[in-house]
Design a protein around this ligand. Structure first.
Ligand code: ARG
Length: 584
């Protein structure tokens, strides 16, 4: 089913085609939501730029358009305001019909893309033996949400974890591993480092203090790169330790992702440098191989280079990204690649995208998108830390969210004098706690920094996961109370008479357009804003319109509205990676 906005657009396009075909060259969209509900539901502002283009009176043009466009059965008679804005107000009967179509639509009006285009979402991507920090948590949550939305639209999404599992630091780590856990290399499953971050710090300390250790580390890197069995084994052990820690987080957040770390592209790195050589892009600078970039200059205005091979022959982060891009476009057959990282890496992406284009690895720059996000801050506005001033471990952070959700639940149960099973409490605390963390992140415009506050994210009021989950559970309680199985309800008619019913109907019918916006803007907060609005208008409807106490056919009609709201909330939240609860 086409969304209302699409239908209106089509009608206007048809009307304009014959009379004002040049409208197509204007950048203005034909129909947009009304800037103020008192003017109606939508408006068409095309008469103004069209008048300018044609050198005519805008009001006269608006009148001609109104004459021509046929919206009988959809809108009330069109009106013209001010210099030539055309206002549209939808008819309640039409809204009712559209809702019935929505109700019968599995996808709630969201259309499926025709070709099954492959899209790579590169997200999470922590570094082995280094800490998985809150930045990676953001990347994980945002990336997962974008992948879910694209999957729902029917794309063939490849979720890739570009783990930092290669580089010179492994020489140091391997050498330290051999020193402190020599048995690990010969005995299976003997290794349990526990805290890899501390391990990394200790290794670094040894490295900084001891020349012999440094030399051994250098040799280990060379041996590792040459494929020496013992060093490969040590490296694999380290990766496995990290993998286990990362997996705890992914399990807790319910994240599906395929690991394909930097090491995977290692065999292709010499080829990248050769290709750049062939394209005549390489310049040697102090023994390093560089590509000079346009638009990136130092303070003297000289162009800056991107180093693709260091003087010692080693490769860089960007070299691996060039190889990965080539692999994803050719072998994976990706049409589009989305990279979700902190905004601090914006330059890295702009630079390597530019080099990829120059080298003809990338022919269409719109195929790659960097999706940047801001920092996570503590309530003091500074970097997020524990009370003792240490960096927060993600596992602890998620555990605390669940613990606090549990406390809130216990308090509420006592106040409501409710008895619930241990199983119920565990499940509610888990879903509310994790859902709250995810929602708090996704509901912010990702480009800005956000303040991490357990109190705010767990609040039952406001733009929070608990508020949304509560609205959903409330609807399920209506079905329990009335003994109604929503799934078994056949459609019948939806009658919209009360103002709150009309507002709810219009909100429900916007879902598909919102999903489209999330897809084009890659901004999950658009979906959160919508779900928040929907929950609010539902609550207003529910306060104003009796549902179970009404009599048929109004009762049925209202029940259908309830069910559609619940389905929209459930689907919308699932696209954010948040499962609902029937009771909480
Ligand atoms: N490992 C990197 C980091 O922790 C993120 C990798 C992002 N993906 C990429 N293809 N560069 O910052």
């Amino acid at each position: 089913m086409a969304s209302i906005l699409t239908q209106l657009n089509d009608h206007f396009a048809q009307a304009l085609e014959g009379q004002f075909p040049s409208y197509i060259t204007l950048p203005t969209p034909l129909v947009v939501p009304a800037s103020n509900p008192k003017f109606g539901d939508f408006q068409c502002n095309i008469a103004l730029p069209l008048a300018k283009q044609l050198g005519q009176q805008p009001r006269a043009i608006a009148m001609e358009i109104v004459d021509k466009v046929n919206l009988t059965g959809i809108c009330e008679p069109l009106t013209i305001a001010g210099p030539g804005f055309i206002n549209l107000k939808l008819l309640p009967d039409y809204l009712g019909e559209q809702l019935i179509k929505l109700q019968q639509n599995q996808q709630l009006g969201v259309s499926l893309v025709k070709g099954k285009e492959r899209i790579v979402v590169d997200f999470s991507s922590p570094n082995i033996a280094k800490e998985m920090h809150v930045g990676h948590l953001r990347s994980t949550i945002i990336g997962d949400c974008l992948a879910r939305v694209l999957e729902f639209r029917g794309y063939d999404v490849l979720r890739l974890n570009h783990v930092g599992d290669w580089g010179t630091q492994f020489g140091m780590l391997i050498t330290y591993l051999k020193e402190v856990y020599p048995e690990a290399l010969v005995t299976a499953d003997a290794l349990d480092i526990g805290d890899l971050v501390t391990f990394y710090k200790q290794a670094k300390q040894r490295f900084d203090q001891d020349e012999q250790f440094r030399e051994a580390s250098r040799q280990a890197v060379v041996a590792l790169q040459a494929g020496d069995a013992e060093n490969i084994k040590a490296w694999q052990l380290l990766c496995e330790q990290s993998r286990q820690e990362f997996q705890l987080i992914y399990d807790c957040l319910d994240i599906a992702i395929e690991e394909r770390g930097e090491s995977f592209y290692n065999p292709f790195l010499p080829g990248v440098v050769e290709l750049l050589q062939e394209k005549d892009l390489l310049v040697e600078d102090n023994g390093a191989q560089c590509v000079f970039l346009d638009g990136f200059t130092n303070k003297d205005g000289d162009r800056l280079p991107l180093i693709v091979q260091k003087s010692d022959g080693g490769y860089n982060y960007a070299t691996t990204d060039l190889a990965a891009l080539n692999y994803r476009l050719t072998t994976d057959g990706a049409e589009k690649i989305i990279y979700v990282t902190d905004a601090g890496q914006a330059n890295h992406f702009a630079q390597f995208f530019q080099v990829a284009e120059k080298a003809d690895i990338l022919s269409d720059p719109s195929q790659v998108v960097h999706v940047p996000f801001g920092l996570v801050k503590g309530e003091d506005g500074k970097k997020l830390k524990t009370r003792a001033g240490d960096t927060i471990r993600l596992k602890d952070l998620l555990t605390e969210a669940v613990t606090r959700a549990r406390q809130d639940l216990e308090t509420r149960l006592t106040a409501e004098e409710r008895q619930e099973t241990e199983e119920f409490k565990t499940e509610v605390a888990q879903r509310v706690g994790i859902g709250a963390v995810k929602y708090a992140d996704l509901s912010q415009n990702r480009t800005s920094d956000y303040v991490f506050s357990f109190d705010k994210m767990l609040a039952l009021q406001g733009n929070t996961a608990p508020y949304m989950l509560y609205a959903y559970a409330r609807i399920q309680s209506i079905s329990r109370e009335g003994g109604i199985d929503f799934a078994q309800m056949d459609s019948g008619e939806i009658m919209l008479t009360e103002p709150t019913e009309l507002v709810l109907a219009k909100s429900l019918l916007q879902f598909a357009d919102v999903i489209e916006t999330v897809e084009t803007s890659l901004l999950p907060n658009r979906l959160c804003d919508y779900l928040y609005e929907l929950s609010k208008v539902f609550n207003r409807f529910y306060e104003n319109c009796p549902v179970l106490k009404a009599s048929d056919p109004q009762r049925r009609s209202r029940l259908l509205l309830c069910d559609l709201t619940a389905r929209t909330l459930k689907l919308g939240l699932s696209l954010l990676g948040i499962p609902v609860l029937d009771r909480m």
